[in-house]
Design a protein around this ligand. Sequence first.
Ligand SMILES: C[S@@+](CC[C@H](N)C(=O)[O-])C[C@H]1O[C@@H](n2cnc3c(N)ncnc32)[C@H](O)[C@@H]1O
Length: 197
Amino acid sequence: MFLGELDPQAIGPAIEFATHYEPTPLADFEVLMKSVPPGFIFSDATFVDVGSGMGRVLMLASRYGFKQVVGVEISPALNEIARENIAVFKDAGSLCRDIRLVCADAATFALPHGNLLLYLYNPFEGPLFAQFIMRVLGETDGEVVLLYHTPTQRDEIEKYPVFTLHAETDCGVVYRKELAQEERRVDGFIARAHFEM
Ligand SMILES: C[S@@+](CC[C@H](N)C(=O)[O-])C[C@H]1O[C@@H](n2cnc3c(N)ncnc32)[C@H](O)[C@@H]1O
């Protein structure tokens, strides 16, 4: 489904770089989640679906025990459908009921603090994608794992050595963003080094 058929006026100029709406196949999501680096603690992280569409991935992610699950979607029409889907969502396997929806351009949305698992199913391209990656570089303050399904823009990520390729699957790639030296985890906390001479 192309966004231009839904609510193009509401989306504005970002529509130029948006792909179409299509939900992630369930099996693909499971494959990518199995490729998350060992040691990444779900219960200590926020899951963000960048371009969350009708909310399928958010509901699937709720089974993994994240601290919080957030969907960012530029289309008000899709976001409203996601809201309705989540309102009636009942799943015995769901471990996180804190599912939030934000209707915004993901390239300008302020990323949550702390450890993040960012999920992207090829939401947008070109300068908008570059802008998003710059925000991940500049604004995140914890561990970041990035799951990228249909990674058409992966070159933009691989320009930055701080992102290491952790896994490559048939449907996508998994990166982790290295913490700065002074932010490495010690005993479950982000240790910001204080050098007292
Ligand atoms: C391929 S769909 C993926 C939907 C969902 N993440 C999933 O995997 O089931 C890409 C989504 O990104 C959204 N999108 C496109 N440009 C966006 C932007 N700048 N900010 C936020 N969402 C955007 C589209 O509206 C669409 O819902």
